[in-house]
Design a protein. Sequence first.
Length: 823
Amino acid sequence: MSAILPSRLPAGSGAQPRESGKAHTTSPHISSVTSGPKSAVPTQPQFWKPLGMSFAMLEGVTIRTVKPSSSVPVGWAYERRAVKTKLTHSIATFEDRRRCFFITRRIFLNFKKCLSGKYRVFGKPARIFEANQSNFYIRAKRFCQHCCRIHSFKLFFCPHSTLLFSLFNFFKITGLMKTKYLFTLLCFAWAGALMAQGKVSGKIPSAPKLQPAPYLKTAVLPGEQFLPELEDANPIVNPAVSYRQEENVGATTWDAQTYGCMPSRIYADNDGNPVATWLFGSDLTGAFPERGTARNVRGTSGWPNVSGRIENVRTGFPAAVRLGDGTEIVVSHVTLPSGLLAVHVARKEPGQTTWSESNLALPQNIGSLWPRVAVGGFDKNTVHVIAISTPGANGGKLYQGVVNGQLFYWRSTDGGLNWDKNQVVIPGLDSSKVKILQADSYTIDANGETVGVAVFPDWNDLMVFKSFDNGDNWEKIVVNDFPDKLENFKPAVGNSYDIDDIGYTDPNAPDSAKLAIFSSDGFGALLIDDASQAHVFFGRMYYIDNNFTDTLSSYYPGINGLCYWKESFGDDIFIITGALDYDGDTSLSITGGINAIGPYYNSLSSFPTVGTDENGTIYLGYAALHELYRSNWGAEKDQYYRHLYVMKSVDNGDNWTEPYEITRPPYVEADFIPFIESVYPAIPRHIEGDKIWVLYQQDGTPGTDIWGDNHSAGENSIRLIEVSVDSIVSVFNPPAPDLSFELSLAPNPVSSVAQLSATFEGNAPALVEVFDLTGKLVQQYRLPQNGTGRQTLTLPVQHLQNGTYSVRVTQGGRFGIAKLVKI
């Protein structure tokens, strides 16, 4: 099992335009992350000698508070995460009953009343999450069971005394945070704490230095300004192709299934059969009058052909669920005769073959689109829907003249027959906080009476809004605290910003000036577990902006890493996976710059989708760039493919299996693996039985036609892979080259013939293979039993095209890798 750690993923970069709030200009190069300690630790003062450890080693230590035997005055402060403010209190605040807080006094914790009116007691665990050596303080936190909040406290120490050593006389160390690294044979970075945000931990292969890419802050997204009653045209039929265990569900020519968070698209029917939905299109001219929701159900003879949408009108971007009584509901958006966009609801009760259709009310008199839906209530018949107001770039207007993309909420407590909340603004998610929210950068989940809404803006806080009473009242939780002065592309002064405006220095920022700011990539997932705790997943991203007055901003497409957070982590965000190292060189071998990364405007590892089973096991699916496979269709379209992975956690997110790739045999035909783009995965919210269904879109070309015009329109397959839950184990062991081969190539670079030297063990035959950068085998030699010791092989390469190649020597279970450059 791989334990999750707090830290930011390795910086990489790439360049692609992104649909967001503002477009971005190019900025400094991204610095790749190197392996090593989280931060350099200078020589420790003399008082550390008895401890036998460095100051930085305190981070992650769990302490249990006990009453001290002496009183040594120290500085003290109080930090309350919920309101994102740091306050220094006087003694008068000891009697303050309005706030739930820690008082740090005389180097020990004196707990006072919290909001519940109950006293905290000694003996409860707290965890140190920052140990600042330069300023000599620690910060620790603990969860308050009375008011269900995370409390933080800070302790200052004199660098010339033994106060810090005395800390260990007052606090009993109960255990170190276990740290088991993902991909143990790879070279991962121990990234540092963000001063204002807690920590983000984890490890992934380093990515090459690439430049950031521009994207529009308020971009026009295609296909959302059509007349409402366009009829079907050019229906398509499912191709009768079977790839091993993979199942062909349907097809579409609209190849952007979402612009961000993946909506709910697959669930089980009343008989336990998979029901798959997707955004359907068959037009190749770009008009897509037939666009809508395709739905298919696997029967005893497989998947029938699907040739059109379920709705009577043109719709877009569906989200589908099944209620507790078996009723199916699909929400999407539609253009009304008035020109406004509205949330469209298609509803089918058990045993029925036709869908009833209606549109949700718009009391705010402003259009809404890109909806999401979740099922809640104790009877599982409450329907929760969210959508945003139509952005100005898509023919809409600013909500209240301020917000470009205001998130609204609807609710039905009777299975979608009637709606008692219509286009409601969730408190805290209004113009006072969010002024720009991009398409699909939000999601919703529910479990019983607990409802959660997560928003993933680029230039703002990543937030979760929770309701414990089925959507009546809401509270806000900040997952990632974006610099307050720079939220919504608005610097405090002028048109740009500096490190003081950010408020901290992020050692993993991909630019040399450290002005790139950590945030999400807008592709996220949310899960509310049975204990009403929120779990959040998102692709790691950095943004930078050199001019807030223009329409552009910049993001780094070469950033790698999938982040995870749950409420019990407090301010800590963990990296649990990423794009993987397949060639064993401890990094992602991405060549060709930003043009080699198909534009989805997200991280190299993203598209998270999450579900859980009746035992509480959490299942995670995602897509990530594969470093060995690329399209090789010319300089501008020679791009890397993305493959699919699944993971699981049996202990509520504390530990995760390593990623299990499913774009491989026996699920996918081996001959097709180097040429498959696998994106937009969706797994059921509720996993039933011993199988996981992974629905996804398969294409032969990286990127999309709809979004970014990366390639011409074509037919994409909608496919389903069924994976046994027992298959998802810690099976990914990144290959480690055996250094004892001592491979060498001379001359290198070479134009005609190179001499390959290697040291062999035993008399087993050996295999020499030469691969190009696409992973294609271009040359192969089999060596007979030549005995142990140093051997030399003449390697002719004059027939190869100029470029970089990988030479692999295999003998038994050992292999070695060397790079060869042909000139």
